[in-house]
Design a protein around this ligand. Structure first.
Ligand code: NDP
Ligand code: 2IT
Length: 448
């Protein structure tokens, strides 16, 4: 059996009941086959792949907190420090009831390659909890965050492991987490990114993932003699990534006609009103039905079981920005039937393996999340630089760097794909380019 197949079986056997982690590993290993098989003996002797798929450290902890009724609640906390070959562990925290160790491992594994692609010195990690911030008061969220950090603080640090936001973790949560870290450790350092602008946050971090996604989409289209201007775009999600992807796409002349949340989706043929969307989602933390109630041109569709809604809307470009496996084979078929030109992932692993393959086989330009959503973590790394030098850069400075980074990612993934005989396969290009840097650093550092 080839080393690649052996390692996939090894991962499934060693990590039972973690399907998302298996899926993330499978996608990467399939892409790496051509690289590994050219040097199989050497990789095998060093157990490079066994080390790559095994986190350096996994931290699981109890998070007790008291709700507004005086009832004690208990959640599970996770931090997976996956790979530090090229820099301190870096990656977000997700607070969502669906979080378990397998989800955090899939996200941490993706993060290794994504962070490598940014060309900045950051290793891969991820964390979170099955805590659900929805419907909780600010005090309850604070109580949870303080308890979470009371345990997490001993494992992180500005040069060790630097968490940030992800689903369910935005500016409010990062603020509470930062306050508790500082209180316990008595140091003022860039231990988290996505901080508020008054206490060490970077301008443009809030926008970075969505903007970066659109910058790389534009680069992809330009490389194929096309342009985002005038295109109809469908977006899923209505959170941090989706909102700023919609904002930038519309600034570049596209019309974004959909967005979605966990209960339903919006079709707005006149183009999403971003100011209203921000008011509903960022300020009121309300459902998208409130968007439709405030806007005549918008239709609200309640989410039905097994249906993902937005992918059936005719479009030129699709940007999945909600969550993993939200775009399946049926959705891919609907997109192709409607003539989609490009699909670029804002979320982590939003397309199933079958959907990705169908899109690619049908000539759709496709960039996977670890390349196309890397603008968020790249800007986090820029926040770390600013914190280290105790300076703040202007919005334009950060935004220009972000654009440069996204253009470079596009170049490196297209070149890697071409070099390994897979021209136009940006999934292979991303996995190969991300892997090669990490593998070289691991090799140089010996058996650790
Ligand atoms: P947010 O919590 O801000 O928003 C998530 C959005 O997706 C919300 O609209 C939410 O609906 C919806 N959503 C979440 N889970 C589900 C689900 N199970 N089914 C349907 N809809 C769902 O998170 P982000 O925007 O930060 O993250 C979105 C994606 O982007 C994730 O995959 C994340 O890992 C990825 N990502 C985020 C980065 C960042 O910088 N924030 C960087 C790179 C990737 P509702 O409003 O109802 O909660
Ligand atoms: O998936 C991701 O890249 C993030 N959630 C952002 C991580 C970060 O450290 O900014």
């Amino acid at each position: 059996m080839s080393y690649v197949d052996e390692i996939y079986n090894y991962v499934v056997e060693k990590n039972p009941a973690q399907p998302e982690f298996h899926q993330a590993v499978k996608e990467v290993l399939e892409s790496l086959r051509v690289v590994i098989e050219a040097n199989e003996e050497e990789y095998r002797k060093d157990a490079l792949l066994e080390r790559l798929v095994t986190p350096e450290r996994q931290i699981l902890f109890r998070v007790p907190w008291v709700d507004d009724k005086g009832q004690v609640q208990v959640n599970n906390g996770f931090r997976v420090q996956f790979n530090s070959a090229i820099g301190p562990y870096k990656g977000g925290l997700r607070f969502h009831p669906s979080v378990n160790l397998g989800i955090i491992k899939f996200l941490g594994f993706e993060q290794i390659f994504k962070n490598s692609l940014t060309s900045l010195p950051i290793g891969g990690g991820k964390g979170g909890s099955d805590f659900d911030p929805k419907g909780k008061s600010d005090r309850e969220v604070m109580a949870f965050c303080q308890s979470f950090m009371t345990e997490l603080h001993r494992h992180i640090g500005a040069d060790t492991d630097v968490p940030a936001g992800d689903i369910g973790v935005g500016g409010r949560e990062i603020g509470f987490l930062y306050g508790q870290y500082k209180r316990i450790k008595d140091v003022y350092e860039g231990v988290l990114t996505g901080k508020g602008l008054t206490y060490g946050g970077s301008l443009a971090r809030t926008q970075a993932t969505g903007y970066g996604l659109v910058y790389i989409t534009q680069e992809l289209l330009k490389d194929h003699n096309n342009d985002l201007a005038g295109k109809t775009v469908v977006v899923s999600g209505a959170g941090n990534v989706a909102i700023y992807a919609i904002e930038k796409a519309q600034q570049l002349g596209a019309k974004v006609v959909t967005c979605s949340d966990s209960t339903g989706w919006i079709y707005d043929p006149e183009g999403i009103d971003v100011a209203l969307l921000k008011e509903v989602k960022e300020v009121k933390r309300a459902r998208l039905s409130e968007y439709a109630a405030a806007r005549k041109s918008a239709e609200y569709h309640e989410k039905k079981n097994g249906e993902h809604g937005v992918w059936n809307v005719k479009c030129d470009v699709a940007l999945p920005c909600a969550t993993q496996n939200e775009l399946d084979l049926d959705d891919a078929k609907a997109l192709v039937a409607n003539g989609v030109v490009a699909v670029c992932e804002g979320a982590n692993m939003p397309s199933t393996i079958e959907a990705t393959k169908y899109l690619q086989d049908n000539g759709v330009l496709f960039i996977c999340g670890k390349a196309s959503n890397a603008g968020g973590v790249a800007t986090s790394a820029l926040e770390m630089s600013q914190n280290s030098e105790r300076l703040s850069w202007t919005f334009e400075e950060v935004d220009n760097k972000l654009q440069g980074i996204m253009v470079n990612i596009y170049k490196s993934i297209s070149e890697a794909a071409k070099k390994y005989g897979k021209e136009g396969d940006y999934v292979a290009g991303a996995n190969i380019a991300g892997f090669l840097k990490v593998a070289e650093a691991m090799k140089a550092q010996g058996i650790v």
